[in-house]
Unconditional design. Structure first.
Lengths: 154, 290, 762
């Protein structure tokens, strides 16, 4: 599965970069992330709890910031396992920042693979869910830079 | 299997009381054709299932009022609609839709209420019901309320129902002079889930469309009315130019998603073609296929 | 050899299937429904990476689930079967993954419990950690050997032509079949026209409505396996090899199958069930769910680059074929598919200069095997599309162009084998007549355009193979047949009974067919590749003829006058003084065969050729790309039909199966994961997909070396369907699709590309 998108925020590129490379802030923009633990400067563990209607899925995820090039690019690799169900989530997320009129354009591209039970079924619903998460992420990020809740840029 | 409770209450009140709104592992079950798939796949493991099958005959009754309003008990199986003279009289588009809706085994078991509450955007009945302006009666601990079917769906598998609210009845208003069409377009076998569903219901005067309800499903995360396209068809002569404009409007308006059944760009073209075809077919033949 | 028809009157009758009533009343026996006392149920924990080293397998949580009997991995398996690798061509497939996993869905661990649901939920609690390795999914990419699936090749030694691959490293190529006939380069240099095209087929699967199921009951002195297997004799030999036991301690029992299509050949769940029963010391049942089909066996995706050179008169003088077969992670029977289908890759055309290279490739996908056609449908898809494209490019009538180049009896086929008993031209002519090909055709003018197309093909049967049968006549004169052919819905029991009845002059429905049981039914190579009616048919005929001869001897011994037809029961009573004794006839059949030389040439590639073709009329919706097949015609050369009604259902069934593979079936794969691994998202044709007009015809022929003039039929109507439809699409709207399936979106995109308005991806 591939997702590409673009978010424009009203903040200078350096500030946006600093915020995005801060794991707790980044995680706060994704719905359902909890128990974020820093293993070292570039590795994090967390739990992602997601809900599709009455079905709930918890993933144990490990995140590695595989490439950080200030103030242009962040690449993160994610590996996750759904709890209580055979499966595996692997994703590479690349974020590139560009200066734009009065703000910064964030272009992201996520290449995700889901194997096991969840990967074998429900692609449409997963895509719909991913789109919903994308929209929430954009909204939270935009809200954060507008100085609103829930995430506060550092 | 980790055991779960299977309860079969004999009254609606009892059923509602058995559903714990704070426990996602408690679900009502009607025909079960969708829920059983979720359980078989292991994505839903219930603690308790509350069967609605023994709520009584009132919940499977289909009746047409003299004025033409159709009331259908939520527990009526889809095949009951398929073979109902009252449905054939008031809303023949439903009968035509049934022909390729899943298969006869599923239609014999799946219920009207379940087909709505499940909220899979690929289902065939919801877009038709939205086009016909149908509403549902919903009962929860606080009593009954009415929801328009078009307001029921909030996302993929998501509805506006509270966890302990149950659909009790489907109401289809009198369909005087309505011309309705539903197209199910599949990319796989004929009985596959559709890659696109299009429903239209028109009021016309000669070659003029007075009003239209246009609904897209399957290619979107939920069955959705296309109101700008409807506006483009209000009080106009339905000539080719108008239809083209309406179809382009529909494509711009619909939030189409790609999946295994087609790319978004292709499904947009399908919508462009079929929304115009649906209107033309409704104008020409009152929805009866050639 | 010519077989004289005797006066039994059973051959050529549309006798209803012997087991039909049991099946429709739910009384037929299937492995899936069987229970044994004390039986445990197994559920499989499968790999979630396409290629990786197993770092750890944590089974602790699964063991704790109440009701779980045990959880086993390959470490346990190796305690009871030290070298647990199996396969018909290569001993490359481990019972459970050892050290590495090679595809998403590969079995890694097994949970045993007395309740299958408990086993299933416990399997969900297992967690494995992997070190991911680079994976390769595409067959052409795999041939570059940049990413390797296996460290070393392990041919089974069963096939002489695979021996040179033993121990080979640094390659994904499990077999390279090569055929060189004439001088292709010279012929291309001299050609007036040269055409080259590349065709692809997608990954699809057998999907019989009964998934795989095996029950193993291991005891110290022997093992009994109940299995949904198409080849019980092979299973017995392979299990005996794994256990280092003589074959007589291994018993395989096979009831009816709910479909097979090649997916239940060789070892599937039998070795795993055996290992589990050995470890648990209890009977163990493994019954797949529908979803597990997708991780077991599939058809080969393929890429076929085909190039033809023609002289100025339109004769094909050279053809070069390069075929890459995507075999998945384990070879299964892929090398055989690669070679045997390779024989006919250049098609039913008389071409003096032919070069064929056919490669079996390992990739990190679910293994591929034989599926109703042993590779031939993939080849026909390419060569009959290619042939049509050439005819159109040269503005030649596709029928006349084919007839000009057609291979006819008496001429050498690509391997050099002289063609005999092939009604290729007759089949082609009958399709054309049914299509009214010579009459003008209304292609329509508006949104819906009409088109027609056809294709014709042939196939060499897998050879050499052996079948053995026993006919036992009891003292009351009733007859029982012991044969290992598995009736999986194709009606073989009925056809075999008709042959026995014909020889022994008794009604076929009175002949008892013993359910397949290797303790009782003699050897048979397997129910595959449309071989059984011919090979087992001969064995059955020989067994019945021997019994008939012995009956004749008995009559003479008892002094019956010549031509007496005293009832058999009277003869037995006279001989043994009471109703006692038996007359047993046996038959063994193995046709002659000469293996191909280093250039792929042989004067005897096959005991018989299968010939069939299809024609279609279609409608194309030019605004959406939807194709509607309005008429489907299948014509086949089956020799003399033993049971015409069953032949017809085989033709219609095969063509509808191929219609699904042609129009929409496809395993979607993302990162090695099949993303539509269920019947909710992988659709096979249903009743609404059957074309409104369907015609099946067998041409009037007689297979001179066949039993009662007959030959195989099961695969035939798959051959021509896909190219016939693609040819008809071209005929209707002038676009050419070179990749299956022929979805509406693919047609639509091609139409837009043709109009220089390509459709974007998003």
């Amino acid at each position: 599965m591939n997702f590409v998108g673009e978010i424009t925020v009203v903040a200078p590129r350096e500030a946006v970069f600093k915020a995005l490379s801060d794991a707790p802030f980044f995680a706060s923009c994704i719905e359902g992330v909890r128990d974020l633990k820093a293993i070292d400067a570039t590795h994090y563990d967390a739990v992602l709890e997601t809900r599709i209607a009455y079905m709930r899925f918890n993933f144990k995820v490990a995140v590695q910031m595989s490439r950080v090039t200030p103030p242009e690019e962040i690449e993160a690799k994610v590996e996750g396992t759904p709890m209580g169900m055979v499966g595996r989530l692997t994703a590479t997320a690349t974020t590139r920042l560009f200066d734009a009129d009065g703000g910064t354009v964030i272009r992201y591209s996520i290449d995700a693979t889901l194997t096991g039970k969840l990967g074998s079924m429900g692609q449409p619903v997963l895509k719909a869910k991913a789109r919903e998460m994308e929209k929430q992420f954009s909204a939270r990020l935009a809200a954060a830079f507008a100085g609103e809740q829930p995430g506060t840029p550092p | 299997m980790i055991a779960f409770e299977f309860l079969e209450p004999g009254s609606l009140k009892e059923a509602i009381a058995l559903i714990d709104p704070d426990d996602p592992e408690v679900r009502p079950i009607a025909g079960g054709t969708a829920l059983m798939l979720m359980m078989k796949a292991g994505v839903f493991r219930p603690r308790r299932l509350v069967s609605l099958r023994k709520l009584g005959d009132a919940f499977t009754r289909i009746a047409a009022a003299p004025a033409g309003e159709l009331t259908i008990g939520a527990m009526a199986p889809l095949s009951a609609l398929e073979h109902s003279p009252a449905v054939a009289r008031v809303a023949p588009v439903i009968i035509r839709t049934m022909r390729r809706l899943s298969n006869v085994r599923v239609r014999n078991v799946a219920t009207v209420g379940g087909a709505l509450a499940h909220a899979d955007p690929h289902m065939d009945l919801p877009p038709v019901l939205i086009a016909l302006g149908a509403t549902i009666a919903v009962v929860g601990p606080a009593g009954e309320r009415t929801i328009a079917v078009e307001d029921l769906f909030t996302g993929y598998y998501e509805t506006a129902l509270a966890k302990n609210e149950l659909i009790t009845q489907l109401r289809i208003p009198a369909q005087d002079e309505v011309r309705a069409v539903y197209f199910k377009i599949t990319s796989g076998s004929a009985d596959d889930w559709p890659s696109l569903g299009v429903a239209v219901a028109l009021h016309t005067e000669g070659a003029t469309t007075k009003s239209a309800r246009i609904v897209v499903s399957a290619a979107t995360a939920k069955a959705t009315r296309l109101k700008a396209a409807e506006a483009a068809l209000t009080d106009v002569g339905a000539d080719d130019k108008t239809l083209k404009k309406m179809a382009d409007t529909a494509v711009d308006e619909a939030d189409i998603i790609a999946d295994l059944r087609g790319s978004a760009s292709y499904k947009r073209e399908l919508l462009r073609v079929y929304v115009a075809r649906a209107v033309r077919l409704a104008m020409q033949t009152n929805g009866v296929p050639h | 050899m010519t077989t004289a028809t005797v006066s039994g009157g059973q051959i050529g009758r549309s006798l209803p299937r012997l087991e039909g009533r049991d099946k429709v009343t739910g009384r037929a026996e299937y492995t899936h429904l069987m229970q044994l006392p004390g039986m445990l149920h197994a559920k499989i924990f499968r790999s979630t990476v396409a290629h990786g080293r197993i770092k750890s397998i944590d089974t602790a949580a699964a063991r704790k689930v109440p009701g779980v009997y045990a959880v086993y991995t390959s470490d346990d398996v190796r305690k009871v079967i030290p070298d647990p690798y199996y396969g018909p061509a290569f001993h490359d497939q481990p019972i459970l993954a050892i050290g590495k996993v090679h595809f998403v869905g590969e079995p890694v661990a097994v949970v045993l419990a007395s309740d299958p649901h408990v086993a299933d939920q416990a399997a969900q609690q297992i967690v494995a950690e992997y070190e991911e390795l680079p994976a390769v999914f595409d067959e052409v990419e795999a041939a570059e050997n940049k990413t390797l699936v296996h460290d070393e090749l392990k041919p089974a030694g069963t096939f002489a032509d695979l021996k040179h691959l033993k121990g080979r490293k640094g390659t994904n190529i499990a077999l390279d079949f090569r055929l060189r006939r004439g001088d292709v380069d010279k012929a291309f240099a001299a050609a007036a026209h040269v055409f080259e095209h590349t065709f692809r087929t997608q990954k699809v699967l057998h999907l019989p409505l009964e998934p795989h199921a095996s029950i193993a009951d291991y005891r110290d002195n022997g093992i009994t396996i109940y299995s949904s297997a198409q080849g019980p004799s092979f299973v017995r030999t392979e299990i005996a090899r794994l256990l280092s036991w003589p074959e007589n301690r291994v018993r395989i029992k096979v009831p009816y199958l709910g479909g097979g299509y090649g997916g239940k050949l060789y070892i599937k769940l039998e070795a795993l069930a055996t290992a589990m029963s050995m470890l648990a010391r209890r009977p163990v049942k493994i019954a797949h769910t529908m979803e597990e089909h997708f991780y077991t066996i599939t058809k080969h995706p393929s890429t076929f680059r085909i190039k033809s050179g023609l002289d100025k008169d339109g004769r094909i003088i050279a053809r070069k074929c390069e075929v890459w077969w995507n075999g998945g992670a384990y070879a299964d029977v892929g090398p055989r598919v690669t070679q045997k289908s390779g024989f006919t890759a250049s098609g039913p055309y008389d071409i003096d200069n032919v070069s064929i290279d056919s490669y079996a490739l390992y990739t990190n996908l679910t293994p591929a095997g034989a599926l109703r056609g042993f590779g031939v449908p993939q080849l026909v898809w390419a060569y009959e599309s290619h042939t049509d494209m050439i005819a159109r490019a040269l503005k030649r009538d596709p029928l006349e162009f084919r007839k000009q180049n057609l291979l006819r009896d008496g001429r050498p086929q690509a391997t050099g084998t002289i063609l005999k008993d092939t009604a290729i031209e007759k089949v082609l002519d009958r399709i054309a007549e049914r299509l009214n090909w010579k009459q003008p055709f209304d292609r329509g003018k508006g949104v819906v355009r009409r088109g027609r197309g056809f294709a014709v093909a042939f196939k060499a049967v897998i050879s050499p193979t052996t079948s053995v049968a026993i006919v036992n006549v009891a003292a009351d004169g009733s007859a029982t047949l012991y044969c290992g052919t598995v009736d999986m819905g194709q009606g073989s029991d009925t056809a075999m009974a008709q042959m026995v009845g014909e020889v022994l002059n008794m009604p076929a429905k009175s002949v008892r067919i013993v359910p397949r049981d290797t303790d009782v039914t003699p050897y048979d190579m397997g129910t595959l590749g449309s071989r059984s009616l011919f090979h087992m048919g001969h064995a059955v005929r020989l067994a019945a003829e021997e019994a008939r001869a012995k009956i004749g001897d008995l009559r003479r011994e008892l002094g019956e006058p010549e031509g007496s037809n005293a009832p058999l029961a009277d003869l037995f009573r006279k001989k043994y003084g009471m109703q006692a004794g038996n007359i047993v006839g046996t038959g063994i059949y193995k046709p002659d065969y000469i293996p191909p030389d280093a250039n792929g040439l042989t004067t005897n590639a096959t005991p018989f050729w299968m010939v069939a073709g299809s024609g279609v009329e279609i409608e194309v919706d030019t605004e959406t790309g939807h194709v509607r097949i309005t008429r489907l015609i299948n014509v086949a050369d089956v020799g003399k039909p033993i049971n015409p009604k069953i032949v017809e259902t085989q033709l219609s069934g095969a063509s509808l199966m191929q219609l699904g593979f042609s129009m929409f079936e496809k395993m979607h794969i993302d990162g090695g994961q099949v993303t539509n691994a269920s019947l909710a998202d992988y659709k096979i044709p249903g009743i609404h997909d059957v074309p409104p007009v369907m015609e099946n015809e067998v041409v009037d022929t007689y297979q001179s070396n066949g039993p009662f003039g007959a030959k195989g039929v099961g695969e035939l109507a798959t051959f021509g369907v896909s190219p016939a439809i693609a040819n008809a699409i071209d005929d209707a709207v002038g676009v050419r699709l070179t990749e299956l399936p022929l979805t509406a979106e693919a047609v639509f995109r091609a139409l837009r590309a043709k109009d220089n308005k390509p459709l974007g991806d998003a």
